[in-house]
Design a protein around this ligand. Structure first.
Ligand SMILES: [Zn+2]
Ligand SMILES: [Zn+2]
Length: 257
């Protein structure tokens, strides 16, 4: 069994297909999917979806794109619902300097505030970092005492060198469709991630893996991510399935089968 540790079935592209997608998860080898919020409304939607379907768990938080809209209402909602049985983590939070959809000082402040929140509620954090690895690392290091519940870097896309720095913080890394795009440097990163720190994800509807690029991504395409990792590491895909599954359970300790 495998788990898609990061998807957005509440995105408008997938919302009309939720039921159909969830109904075929098992036959595609997926035990469950983690639905990730990006703002207050999508976090509420994630919680609601997790209450509707056994196969769906929720991760709630405000994405750096939406940092400018983070307020006390969001904070209170996250804090309250962090206690829910199927809410596994605070995310996706972090920094995105590629799009800069929120001012950088606001992104940093909101990122830090949600690290504090995750610590208060005792949950791991799921991080979205794009073109901002150095600043993210600085913020994490400055808040080291609040990171005792685990850190997942979703869609990890930095260097092997940066990986060494994040390893010092005992981070986990989730790889998705991007590793199937042609780029040898990505193979180096796959090899460099410690085997007991590797997770898989789709980030659907985004990051559609080869050979479906150009189409909408769906959680069961996570199988193509497993295949790619197995190919690069030259092992049977069952080895990757087993390792990533165990890593997911270890990091998200509230998850129960
Ligand atoms: Zn993301
Ligand atoms: Zn995402």
């Amino acid at each position: 069994m495998i788990i898609d540790s990061h998807c957005h079935l509440c995105d408008e592209r997938l919302r009309p297909r939720q039921q159909e997608i969830i109904s075929v998860l098992k036959q595609n080898g997926l035990e469950s999917v983690f639905e990730v919020g990006w703002d207050l409304q999508s976090s509420k939607d994630a919680v609601e979806l997790s209450n509707m379907y056994d196969e769906v768990y929720a991760i709630i938080g405000t994405h750096p794109h939406d940092a400018k809209n983070f307020d006390d209402t969001s904070r209170e909602y996250y804090k309250e619902h962090a206690k829910d049985k199927k809410v596994l983590a605070i995310g996706e939070i972090g920094l995105d300097y590629y799009y800069d959809l929120s001012p950088r000082d606001v992104q940093k402040k909101v990122f830090e505030e949600q690290l504090v929140l995750a610590d208060e509620v005792g949950l791991p954090v799921v991080l979205h970092i794009r073109d901002a690895y150095k600043d993210a690392l600085d913020i994490l290091c400055a808040n080291k005492d609040k990171l005792n519940n685990g850190i997942l870097l979703h869609c990890y896309a930095s260097s092997k060198e940066m990986l060494r720095e994040f390893n010092k913080l005992d981070c986990y890394y989730a790889l998705g469709g991007a590793i199937t795009f042609k780029n040898a440097k990505k193979d180096d990163v796959i090899m460099a991630i410690p085997e007991d720190r590797l997770l898989i994800e789709t980030d659907s509807p985004y990051m559609t893996p080869v050979p479906f690029r150009g189409q909408t991504n769906v959680p069961y395409y996570v199988n193509l991510v497993v295949d790619k990792i197995a190919e690069v590491k030259n092992v049977d895909r069952s080895v990757i399935e087993k390792a990533t599954y165990q890593n997911t359970l270890r990091l998200f300790s509230k998850y129960n089968r």
